[in-house]
Design a protein around this ligand. Structure first.
Ligand code: PRP
Length: 216
């Protein structure tokens, strides 16, 4: 039996995902050791192996078939625009993609001014401003602490993830527009979906059942 390879997003999402997989009988004790530097883990009995990757890389591993299955946020899927199947909304890791800034930037947005938008998600920002709002903006790519940009005058607004809203509040910023809701999703390689159809559809079915039971 060939391994079914699952790519998980490093960090909080990975632990939530491992809990869920455990409920459908897919376990990996080795992976729970937070101090381990190992990159790939296997459950030989089940013929399943797991690896941890940075969020942005999960769709890449899945598109190329280095992983049959991936679990990552909807933000990453949208930003990467890879060819893959998105099959389940896991309902955790919930947050929103928003345009944020100081209250004073609301007017600039309303009047379609040529503003600067700092973000870790240039494709999502481009799609939102160019295709949905038909507003020309300058997009500035950053890699983290995006909220800093309007505070130091790098940009008028940001496009970023808002979870609790506390980072915004503590820095005198607010949500100005909501782009979309986000949560963790299961993605599947298109060839694996055919080649490993039975194993993958069974896993999808089991995951959906557990999620429904949890909701009830
Ligand atoms: C994310 C996001 C916001 C923050 C939102 O950053 O980019 O900064 O969390 O969460 P909150 O609404 O609960 O305050 P993350 O911590 O992932 O790090 P980053 O700044 O490096 O992107």
């Amino acid at each position: 039996m060939e391994y079914l390879t699952i790519a998980l997003t490093k960090g909080r999402l990975a632990y939530r995902t491992l809990d869920l997989l455990e409920k459908v009988g897919i376990t990996c004790e080795e992976m729970k050791d937070k101090n381990s530097r190992k990159l790939i883990f296997a459950n030989e009995d089940l013929g399943v192996r797991f690896f941890l990757a940075k969020a942005n890389d999960v769709p890449t591993y899945v598109e190329y078939g280095a992983a049959d299955i991936g679990i990552c946020g909807k933000d990453t899927i949208m930003e990467e625009g890879r060819k893959l199947y998105e099959v389940i909304d896991l309902g955790f890791g919930k947050c929103r993609m928003c345009v944020c800034g100081p209250e004073s930037a609301r007017e600039l947005l309303r009047h379609h001014e040529l503003i600067r938008v700092a973000t870790k998600y240039p494709n999502i920002a481009k799609d939102y401003f160019y295709n949905k709002k038909h507003q020309t903006v300058e997009i500035i790519k950053l890699n983290g602490s995006i909220e800093l940009a309007p505070l130091v005058g790098l940009s008028e607004v940001i496009v970023d993830i808002v979870e609790t809203g506390s980072t915004l509040r503590e820095n005198g910023l607010a949500v100005l527009e909501e782009i979309c809701e986000l949560s963790a999703r299961v993605i599947i390689n298109q060839v694996s979906m055919k080649r490993e159809n039975q194993r993958i559809t069974k896993l999808i079915r089991n995951l959906k059942t557990v999620l429904l039971e949890e909701k009830a």
